[in-house]
Design a protein around this ligand. Structure first.
Ligand SMILES: NC(=O)c1ccc[n+]([C@@H]2O[C@H](COP(=O)([O-])OP(=O)(O)OC[C@H]3O[C@@H](n4cnc5c(N)ncnc54)[C@H](O)[C@@H]3O)[C@@H](O)[C@H]2O)c1
Length: 327
């Protein structure tokens, strides 16, 4: 099978490429990535000399390039996006450009070449849920995004559904909850906490740390994407969650505990505008229709992740240096 993976040098995309090469022998992957600050060739170092892997530096909004790359593939899987909510608040334009205009370019090319496309989206398109309730997002939840990031992802989802209905594009979407695991850029909560704690630096937590996220290991997310690609129904959305709701403060405490670091490192900082309170996903559709099951339980997955960052300082140190220089 031949895959065009877009945004494959980021966190989830690179884990997906590892997943494909570990699971299948006959895969050929072309990775189209713009290498923004979040894209990191080191995530895929192990495949550099692999003849079944090809890297192309470029933008998903480049219609000519996308058209060329799409000719010879069976599957297109789009991970390319601007993804950091805080950055979308200070500079939304790039989010609209990649997450809406860029996706639109992929949809046009996939329609023209009659390709099977899968798009990676987020539960953040649904806004948030009240704290302390059992409510969960389902495939029927109303779109109600809070941040420029989630609004741009919501716009992308709507465009994809429109292409599927209007032009018959063979496409699916997964809306997933918060991922954790190796190769996550150290501006996101879990890796940032780990690398700050390892260096005995303060660990910032928004407000009182009561906001709740539903955590899933990135490898379980990759497994779900693969299942939807192989056996999902075209035109459908599948929600993928970890069934693991945790308040941010609880996650930070667990990490400090795993590292043997004091809770005095925690620094409560003023909340960000529009901060979603709680996410929780009902994954019963993908479990029922595609027999999806998670392999990771949070405590084990988190301990492995902490260990990975401990063992891979040469991976994260240059990224932290860049972040601290404001690049
Ligand atoms: N990380 C999560 O917890 C999470 C949860 C649910 C959904 N998602 C979605 O999964 C996808 C991947 O997220 P991630 O965490 O791996 O993101 P990431 O920020 O780690 O990686 C994004 C990648 O896209 C590339 N990119 C950005 N703009 C591009 C462009 N115009 N053309 C080509 N490449 C471009 C970057 O260089 C980077 O390699 C995103 O669509 C995100 O919305 C993420």
């Amino acid at each position: 099978m031949r895959y065009l993976i877009t945004g494959g040098s980021g966190f989830i995309g690179s884990n997906f490429i590892h997943y494909l090469f570990e699971k299948y022998h006959d895969v050929h992957v072309t990775n189209l990535d713009k290498l923004t600050y979040a894209g990191n060739p080191a995530n895929l170092k192990k495949f550099e000399a692999n003849p079944q892997y090809k890297f192309v530096k470029g933008d998903i909004a480049d219609a000519k390039l996308v058209d060329e790359l799409m000719k010879d593939v069976d599957f297109v899987v789009n991970f390319a996006a601007e993804t950091h909510v805080d950055r979308s608040i200070t500079g939304p334009s790039e989010f609209i450009q990649t997450n809406v205009v860029g996706l639109h370019t992929l949809l046009d090319a996939a329609t023209q070449h009659k390709k099977r496309l899968h798009h990676i989206s987020t539960d953040e398109v649904f806004g948030d849920l009240p704290l302390g309730t059992g409510q969960k997002f389902t495939e029927h939840s109303t779109y109600f995004p809070s941040s420029p990031y989630s609004a741009s992802k919501a716009a992308g989802d709507h465009l994809l559904h429109a292409y599927s209905r209007t032009y018959g594009l063979d496409a699916t979407i997964t809306n997933c909850s918060n991922n954790y695991g190796p190769y996550q850029f150290p501006e996101k909560l879990i890796p940032k906490t780990i690398v700050n704690a390892l260096r005995d630096k303060p660990v910032p937590v928004y407000a009182q740390g009561r906001n709740v996220r539903d955590w899933i290991h990135v490898k379980d997310h990759c497994k779900a994407i693969d299942m939807v690609l192989q056996t999902g129904r075209t035109g459908e959305t599948y929600l993928v969650g970890g069934n693991c709701e945790k308040a941010n403060l609880e996650v930070v405490r667990q990490i400090l505990n795993l590292l043997g670091k004091p809770e005095t490192l925690i620094q409560l900082v003023p909340d960000r505008p529009g901060h979603d309170l709680r996410y929780a996903i009902d994954s019963s559709k993908i479990e029922r229709e595609l027999a999806f099951k998670r392999d990771y339980e949070f405590e084990k997955g988190l301990a492995e992740t902490v260990e990975w960052y401990k063992q891979n300082q040469e991976w994260w140190q240059p990224l932290v240096d860049r972040l601290e220089k404001g690049l």
